[in-house]
Design a protein around this ligand. Structure first.
Ligand code: GLC
Length: 662
């Protein structure tokens, strides 16, 4: 068994060889002392297909076809930590089966800018929700003897010019908003590895940023795992050596001996022997990771691949991650309508093989059209792939039911790595097409598949609207089950859907730039900003309907040791089973100025049979009420009268109570 004390038996050259890649996704072995090659792979949606060594090109191997997992916004939209753990276990198990030691997932950067190309790979605009979703996900992955690698640390909130953009942000916003998820990954989940971001913070690259990596991640939070660069994110040997970079990955510099942390690092060490202690810490961390994933242990988990259980898990996540935004007595479509028209550019689109490094080869992927064909088997399904507008509208006029599946997809300039969107508009003339369909058939059901907010000029005319991320292997079946009522939708938005870019705090407060990006919205990201400034979004954070009406009652709050105990009753007034996520938002004492009206501090998803009422218990930790104080350079709790809101969304407050917390 490899252990960190092996470092004392290794030569300088052997130790340096563990600080950089030896291939696109691996770090060298040191056979002399029994260290095996460390192998990693992307990504959040499943285990990426093997790539060519000399260029970013998949090898197209059938054995690389894996279970296609719902994207991070879909998983987070379940507001169900157990499902996050389940998804993590599937990802870890399939990574093991494919012989991987580290899976480069999850990405948890804050969704602050609707144009962000990789919003689909992230979870939310809210740091508390991220912390509650990322922890079980990482625990699920690492339960399979695979290291998770939480990314991109930190402030990688846009894609355009991602390799050089500098971010300026207040310490308060940095700690309360942008680092909170990473802190949970380290302190609560015990993540084994962290990946640095391409961008700069205070004009130093995040892959070797002394403040973020040494002072915060390793010293203040006590992170004892491996900190690696993003691919080719390392820019400087001395900074890499001194600022906490443990492994340089990707270099695009040909032979890996040309990497910053290879021969150049060896030469630096020979000039400065006192730096060998820095090298030893890097190597110890790698060896600790080997031991944590039981590398070389005959009893190490061997994983599983494309099993029915894995596929069922993707269905469970997808079906709970679909958000019902609007429904004026149209959904669910029960029985078998004689004639169903399916339209829209995402109806028959496979989504798994795009988006950049998170792309995968799916073992199979049920499209929305296939799901509708599966679930409405007794109906006549009309699907016109490239019909002209006149033909489409004529069909819509004859149909008993119209499903329009639109949204975005994974090409650069939409939901993809490497570039941000130019605007929030739906592409390919969807707005006009939707408006025309709604005129011909006002009960047209619209389902938008998207990883980022979009404008909806036709919203007032729409009666039934679903919002989903990328739903994974069983996505089409999950969507069809929501449409037909086999599943009572329970997803909740994890980021605000604004009316337009001009409303977005990141734009309204100024500083928005792809060169020197000043986060002048500070902590007023997402609902925090819309609420404080009374800017009405299309749909607010935490919003999501079901086919049932819920009654909230009997809110009781009591201060206990370490926080506030909250109980309330929730009753399902409908005749069908339902799931409801009770959200607890906190309003700060009036003597604390410059705060949003409310901030999410607890939630619980409860399952209720028809007519059932349950008592729901929640707990707000006092530590989660602490606010970052720049003068103290730490989180400080303030005593006073707090407001507890029990809510169905950030703007649907059902019950409230003031309570003194000391
Ligand atoms: C990419 C991404 C990162 C990914 C890595 C390896 O550039 O930023 O998320 O894990 O390179 O593909």
């Amino acid at each position: 068994m490899v252990n960190e004390n092996l470092v004392n038996e290794m030569t300088l050259e052997e130790k340096v060889s563990l600080c950089h890649a030896c291939s696109r996704f691996s770090v060298a072995s040191v056979p002399r002392v029994g260290i095996e090659e460390l192998v990693m792979s992307d990504g959040p949606n499943g285990v990426r297909e093997e790539q060519a060594e000399d260029e970013w090109r998949g090898l197209g191997r059938k054995e690389d076809e894996c279970t296609y997992l719902p994207n991070m916004t879909t998983m987070a939209s379940t507001w169900n930590p157990e499902l996050c753990k389940k998804q993590g276990a599937v990802l870890g198990s399939e990574a093991r089966f494919r012989g991987k030691d580290i899976i480069l997932s999850p990405g948890i950067n804050i969704i602050r800018n609707p144009l962000g190309g990789r919003n689909f790979e992230y979870m939310s605009e809210d740091p508390y929700l991220i912390s509650q979703m990322v922890t079980p996900l990482i625990q699920g992955i690492q339960s399979q003897d695979v290291a998770a690698c939480v990314k991109h640390y930190a402030l990688n909130n846009e894609e355009t010019n991602r390799g050089e953009v500098n971010v300026e942000v207040s310490k308060r916003a940095l700690f309360e908003i942008y680092l909170k998820g990473f802190e949970a990954a380290v302190k609560d989940a015990g993540v084994y590895s962290v990946m640095g971001a391409y961008n700069c913070y205070n004009h130093q690259h995040c892959c070797h940023n002394a403040y973020l990596v040494n002072e915060i991640l390793k010293d203040r939070w006590g992170f004892d795992g491996v900190f690696m660069s993003d691919w080719a994110g390392t820019k400087d040997t001395m900074e890499g050596a001194c600022n906490g970079l443990d492994i340089e990955m990707g270099s695009e510099r040909g032979d890996h001996r040309n990497d910053h942390m290879a021969d150049a690092f060896l030469a630096l060490l020979k000039q400065h022997p006192e730096m060998e202690a820095l090298l030893d810490d890097k190597v110890r961390r790698s060896l600790r990771l080997h031991a944590r994933i039981r590398k070389g242990d005959p009893n190490r988990n061997s994983g599983a691949y494309n099993t029915p259980e894995h596929q069922q898990a993707t269905y469970d996540v997808a079906s709970e991650g679909i958000v019902l935004l609007k429904n004026e007595n149209v959904l669910p479509i029960t029985g078998s309508p004689a004639r169903i028209l399916v339209a829209g550019p995402n109806a028959d689109r496979k989504q798994s093989d795009g988006g950049g490094s998170s792309a995968i080869r799916a073992f199979y992927e049920v499209t929305p059209l296939e799901g509708i064909q599966n679930r409405f088997a007794n109906s006549q399904i009309i699907y016109l792939a490239d019909a002209d507008r006149e033909t489409l509208l004529a069909e819509a006029a004859k149909a008993d039911c119209v499903f329009y599946i639109g949204g975005l997809h994974h090409i650069e300039g939409l939901d993809s790595e490497n570039a941000d969107k130019k605007d929030m508009k739906l592409p390919y003339g969807q707005d006009e097409e939707i408006a025309a369909l709604l005129q011909v058939n006002p009960n047209t059901v619209i389902a938008l598949i998207s990883g980022s907010p979009v404008e909806m000029p036709w919203l007032n005319e729409a009666k039934a609207l679903l919002w989903t991320g990328y739903l994974g292997t069983e996505g089409g079946n999950a969507l069809a089950d929501v449409l037909g009522g086999a599943v009572n939708p329970s997803g909740k938005l994890t980021y605000t859907l604004p009316r337009c870019m001009e409303d977005v705090p990141a734009v309204r407060y100024g500083g928005y730039s792809y060169e020197n990006n000043r986060y002048l919205d500070d902590i007023f990201v997402g609902y925090r900003g819309y609420d404080r400034d009374n800017v009405e979004p299309l749909f607010c954070f935490g919003h999501g309907l079901s086919y049932s009406e819920m009654q909230y009652s009997d809110l009781v709050c009591a201060v206990s040791d370490g926080g506030v105990d909250i109980t309330l009753k929730v009753k399902n007034l409908s005749k069908i089973p339902a799931k409801e996520t009770v959200q607890i938002y906190v309003g700060y004492p009036e003597q604390i100025s410059d705060r949003p009206p409310r901030e999410l501090k607890a939630f619980h998803k409860v399952t209720l049979a028809a007519g059932e009422e349950k008592q729901v218990k929640l707990f707000v930790k006092k530590a989660d009420l602490a606010l970052f104080c720049e003068s103290a350079d730490s989180f400080v709790f303030s005593e006073g009268m707090y407001r507890i809101d029990a809510a169905a969304s950030s703007r649907n407050i059902r019950l409230s109570q003031e309570i003194a917390v000391y």
